[in-house]
Structures are given as structure tokens and as C-alpha cells.
Design a protein around this ligand. Sequence first.
Ligand code: MLT
Length: 263
Amino acid sequence: MPTLSLQGRPSFYEDRGEGVPLLLFHGFPFSSQSFWPQLAAPPKGVRLLAPDHRGFGQSAPGPGVSTMEAMAEDGLALLDALGIQSALVGGVSMGGYVAIALTRLDPGRVQGLVLIDTQSTADDEAGRARRETTALDVEKNGVAGLVSGMLPKLMAAGVAPETKARVEKLMLAQSAQAVAAASRGMASRIDGKDILSRFSGPCSIIVGAEDQITPVEKAKLMQSLVGGSTLEVIEGAGHLSNLERPGEFQAIIERFVNLTAGR
Ligand code: MLT
């Protein structure tokens, strides 16, 4: 299993398929395993690199708050370790916040962006306060309360029960420390509109039609910011479109990769 040392912290990543590197960041509170259909059958023409963020999955925790920038730096260190100068960069939800943060830190390494069920908007004051409440609750009581609160909103009503059960199990497996650190990191993230409006590379924005957490309006806003970006709305999917509609998701990624290859 590929593991990298980041400032002495063991850091796990999946590396599957062959082709254009796609550094794909997972959402909250998950791990790289939330890309299970894509790991089992990577999109054609893609080398899928999916790290476990600090403290999640099999990666060791980092110090203090897990800011989006810190997780983006971990992603850049992974590219360095693999000798990859530039890659397509994307993520689901919190993973999208990390992809935007990475574009802010080092835009020259981003060949294209894939923003999945995410948003560029920062939290408002009430949102930041909710994140702190979540962090304190998780530190005191573990992740079960967060999981039972999030689960009903995560996927579309018609999701397969096996998918829902697997998602729940994956969330319950995450450490309270990592979840609290990432919750505080999301609260402190800055608005990404300036970055997106400066980004001139190819960009695919993907959203489940029934996403309740980062709804289609958030995706449309990002599309209006990135010139030439494409918006793909996946019917019958909620916030985890790559798991709920893996076939459609795969086709979108393959189309995008073909398009970027032709630029
Ligand atoms: C996620 O799916 O990563 C989270 O729902 C993002 C968020 O809470 O803003």
C-alpha cells in the first residue's frame, strides 16, 4: 500500500490506472475509499491519485487545525514525491475546497480543475459557529452524532441501501481528532471566487441534481466564475454523485480528460 512520509507523518494514497494524473481529494468525513467505484475501475486515460487527508483513513494526523491550505500542501508534496510537475486536480465537497486552495498556492501545477458537489463560497458567521459546535461535540462524544445527522442529507432518496450502508461505515471509521481538525479547517477557509475567476485552464463542475449540501446553485455560481467551464448535473444523485451514479460520473471524467488532451 503506497505510503509517503510528510514531515515525518505517514500519509496514505491510492494510485490506480494509467494516463493523465488526476489528484482527487475526498470529502468530509471520509477517506480515499469514498472513491471506491473509481478505484476499482479508474476512468480511461487517467492515473487516479487519491490521498487520505491528514488524520483520515490510514494517514497520520497533522498538528492543530487541518486547514484547506495544509491539506493542499500535502497534495503538492505527493506530486513532488511522485515526480509529477502538473496534474488535473479535483475533489468532492471539502476536497473541492482543498483543490481550490491548491490552485491558490501553486496554479502552475493545475492542468485542469474538477469540482464535484462543492462550492467556492466561504462559511458565514453562523456556519463557522456550527463547525465549532460540531468539532466540540465530536471531541467529546465521537463521530456517531455527526454521522447520523449528515447521513439523511448526503444522498438522493433512491440511493441503493448497500451504498448508504457503506457510506455510513466509512464515516463511522474516521477519527474524532481528524474530523474536529477538518471541521475547524473548513470554518477558517477563505472565499475562492477570486481564484476561480482567475483560473484559465479547463474546468469541469459536477453536481448531483438532488445535492442538498452544495446545491446546483452553488455549482452554477462556480461555472459563472470560470470562463469556459462545463457544468454537468447528474440526475438522481445527491451530494455524493461519484458513488450514487458512478457510470455517469465516469463518462463525465473521461469526456473531460479527452477534452483537456485536445487543448
Ligand atoms: C463534505 O461533504 O465534504 C462536507 O459536507 C463539506 C461541508 O461541510 O462544507
